[in-house]
Design a binder for this molecule. Structure first.
Ligand SMILES: *Cc1c(COP(=O)(O)O)cnc(C)c1O
Length: 458
């Protein structure tokens, strides 16, 4: 069995959880339209739906919150956050936002004109949604190996530089208002991007005069993978590596609900003075005054502490170790995951686990439902429901290349026994895989359909 590194903390406050009966779970699912987003969290035993905003804050973060300055303008808490922002990210300007998608929304509104393209290794769903909402086109140019779950690569989140250059030449840089990269690549297994690749991506965008924005949600986890795996970085601290990463970009969007280890928060950071003026105006309309941006002063304090805690080696070692433990144990049970395990989540290959369910019958959805029914575990489909869509030009249904179920691991929340229980439940599901059926969509909204769609069992 893989080794489990003890948590580098002890527990001072507890939140009770309980497993409701199988009958009650069945009823709860029916009421939720067979969409686990519709469940009441009280009816969930172990919640792997997301690592976003679900982390446990430290005593340092909670005590910093008591020092929050709630002034409307010029709050002390903003300037405390600014010191940390300058040290880690080093962009000329930043505004706090209430979460990552607000930063994406502002950036998309200001830069994207209808019909334009935004390349990335792989966009996350909210980024895709924000780009499409401006009638732009998100383009994923990740290396081909990323689509093969069993391929083990150190940096499986890398962009394919040849594809990127070809895409820019064929599309014309004038049709690309910004270029992005997501670190780590959430939609593709939480896989990291190497510094070498970031350097090449940066140079390519620069060559064509395309502003380069990093979706930085898991920058600390990505930095630690670089430290562990990339030659020349073994003696650098995660902070130094993060500084180098952001020195390559023109800006970043961030959900601090991830590597900020807070329950709410985010930012948009950038170097361009003129764009920043527009960002500020947009922010004031949507989020709030630039020194609080949709957050309370205490939230800014928690973020300032959280960014630094996320870069501690003892924390990152435990964090990556815990996720790897879950992933390796599932592999031992013959359950295919995206290999190697990423930092924040384990992604199960649902088409491999339920091969008798065709993709149009939503195998990922079927697996997420099975996990709740069998064990009260909540995990989220990232497959045909989340990423499939109807092509507006051809009316054709487009399927993603993988149908995944993501178990995202909240930071500092669950222990080894929770993970062992999860492995047992998944092994039980695998043992009677043929007994599960597919689903059809009964209702779907126009964008980001997986959050509110309703389903019917086939
Ligand atoms: C969570 C996430 C976002 C969006 O952030 P929110 O805080 O949920 O709005 C964007 N990109 C990636 C890669 C994410 O993981």
């Amino acid at each position: 069995m893989p080794k489990y590194l003890p948590e580098p903390f002890r527990i001072k406050m507890v939140e009770p959880i309980r497993l409701i009966s199988a009958e009650a779970r069945k009823e709860a699912l029916k009421n939720a339209g067979y969409n686990v987003f519709g469940l009441h969290s009280e009816d969930v035993y172990i919640d792997f739906m997301t690592d976003s905003g679900t982390s446990a804050m430290s005593q340092e973060q909670w005590s910093a919150m008591m020092l929050g300055d709630e002034s409307y303008a010029g709050a002390r808490s903003f300037y405390r956050l600014k010191v940390v922002m300058d040290e880690i990210f080093g962009f000329k300007h930043f505004v706090p936002t209430h979460q990552g998608r607000a930063a994406e929304g502002i950036l998309s509104a200001l830069l994207i004109k209808p019909g334009q393209f935004v390349p990335s290794n792989m966009h996350f769903d909210t980024t895709e949604g924000n780009i499409r909402a401006r009638r732009g086109k998100p383009v994923n140019l990740i290396i081909d190996q990323a689509y093969n779950p069993a391929t083990r690569l150190d940096f499986k989140g890398n962009m394919d530089i040849a594809k990127l250059k070809k895409f820019i030449r064929e599309t014309g840089p004038e049709n690309i208002p910004l270029g992005m990269i997501t670190i780590t690549n959430n939609a593709g297994g939480g896989q990291p991007v190497s510094m070498e690749n970031l350097r090449q991506v940066s140079a390519t965008y620069k060559e064509f005069d395309i502003p380069f924005f990093i979706d930085a949600c898991r920058f600390a986890e990505n930095a630690y993978f670089i430290k562990l795996r990339e030659p020349g970085y073994e003696d650098k601290s995660p902070l130094e590596i993060a500084q180098e990463i952001f020195s390559l970009a023109d800006g970043a969007t961030m959900s601090a609900k991830k590597d900020g280890i807070v329950n709410i928060g985010g930012f948009l950071a950038l170097n361009d003075d003129k764009l920043f003026e527009s960002v500020r105006n947009e922010l004031i309309m949507r989020e709030g005054f630039p020194t609080y941006g949709g957050l309370a002063g205490r939230d800014l304090e928690a973020m300032a502490v959280g960014f630094m805690e996320a870069l501690q080696v003892s924390y990152l070692e435990y964090r990556l170790g815990q996720t790897a433990y879950l992933g390796e144990r599932l592999l031992e049970k013959g359950i295919q995951i995206i290999e190697p395990p990423g930092a924040h989540a384990i992604y199960i290959d649902a088409m491999k686990l339920l091969p008798h369910i065709p993709q149009r019958e939503l195998p990922g959805q079927a697996l997420s439902i099975a996990m709740y029914l069998e064990g009260g575990i909540r995990a989220v489909e990232l497959g045909t429901v989340a990423f499939g869509y109807i092509d507006p030009d051809t009316g054709e249904e487009i399927f993603p290349r993988l149908d995944l179920v993501r178990m995202a691991i909240p930071r500092r929340v669950y222990t080894q026994s929770h993970l062992d229980y999860t492995v047992d439940i998944l092994a039980e599901i695998a043992a009677k895989a043929e007994s599960y059926r597919g689903f059809r969509i009964a209702y779907q909204p126009k964008l980001l359909r997986h959050f509110t769609a309703r389903f019917e069992p086939l």
